[in-house]
Design a protein around this ligand. Sequence first.
Ligand SMILES: Cc1ncc(COP(=O)(O)O)c(C=O)c1O
Length: 294
Amino acid sequence: MPLSPRASRIAGSPTMKVTATVDRLRREGVDVIDFGAGEPDFGTPEAINDAARAAIDHDFTKYTPVAGIPELRSAICERYRADYGVQYQESEVIASAGGKQALFNTALALFGPGDEVITHAPYWPTLSEQVKLADATPVIVRTSPDDGFAIRARPMLDAITARTRGIIINSPCNPTGALMPEGELTLIAKEAARRRIWVVLDLCYEKLIYDPTFPHNLPGVLDAHCRDLAVICGSASKAYAMTGWRCGWTLAPAAVVAASAAVQSHATSNVADGFASAGDGDVERVPQAARSAL
Ligand SMILES: Cc1ncc(COP(=O)(O)O)c(C=O)c1O
C-alpha cells in the first residue's frame, strides 16, 4: 500500500525506540541504566498525585477547553512571571499533551512548504522531524564538542536565507546539556526582529540547570527584543517528574496560540485532565484547579 509522501519523509522517534528496547531488556531481567528518554529517576511529587486523586474523586474527568482551563492557563502565566519577569495573558498560553505537542502545534501553526527552519545539533530528533511534518525544511547548524557544544548565535545567523521562517533554540539542550547564554540569544532575537523570523524556544529542561549562577532568562531576552515573534514551549515532564502525564504548554502571541489551539482541537483536544486538575497541595481549597507544581 502506498504511504503518503509525508510518511516516507519521517523517521520514528529513536528516543522512543531506546525506551522500548530498555523496557524489553528489563522484562528479560537485564539491569539497564537508561540514558535514552529524559526521564527523572524519582516519582511524581505526592502533592500532585494527591491533587489528581482528589480531582478524580470530584469527577473532574471530562473534556476541558482546548487551550486548558483558565486556572491552568493563569498558573502557567504566573509561573513565567515569577521565574522570568515576563507578562503573558491567558489568551497567550495554551496547555498541550506534553512539550512535544506544544512544539508540534507550533510547527504546524508557523511553518509550511518552502520554509527553512534553523536549529542547532546535536538535537532532540523530534525537532527536525516536526519541521518536516509541517512540510518545511530543517536547516541544521552543528555545535562543537571542542567548544563544549556551546549554542552560538553567529553560525545560526549565517544560516539565514530569504526562506528562513524560524529558528528553534533548545536550552538547556538535549542531548548536550549546553545552555544558551543570554547574550547569544540577544543577537538572534535582534536579527529575528529585523528580518521577521520566528524564534521558538524549547525550555522543557528549564528546571534542570545545575549551575545556579548561569544567567538563563531567555524568555526575558525574547520579551525585550522580539516579543511578537517569540514562541516559548515548556513542559511539566522533566520539571515535575510528570513525563507520563503529558502536560506541556506554549506561551506566544495570541494569534499563534489561537492557531495552535485550532491544530490541537483536531488532534488531542485538551491536555490530559489528570494534570489539568493537579494541585500544589492546595487540594482542599480548589480541588479541580490546575495549580499543580507550577
Ligand atoms: C529537548 C526536548 N524538548 C521537548 C521534549 C518534550 O517532552 P514532553 O513531551 O514529555 O514534554 C523533550 C522530551 O524528551 C525533549 O528532550
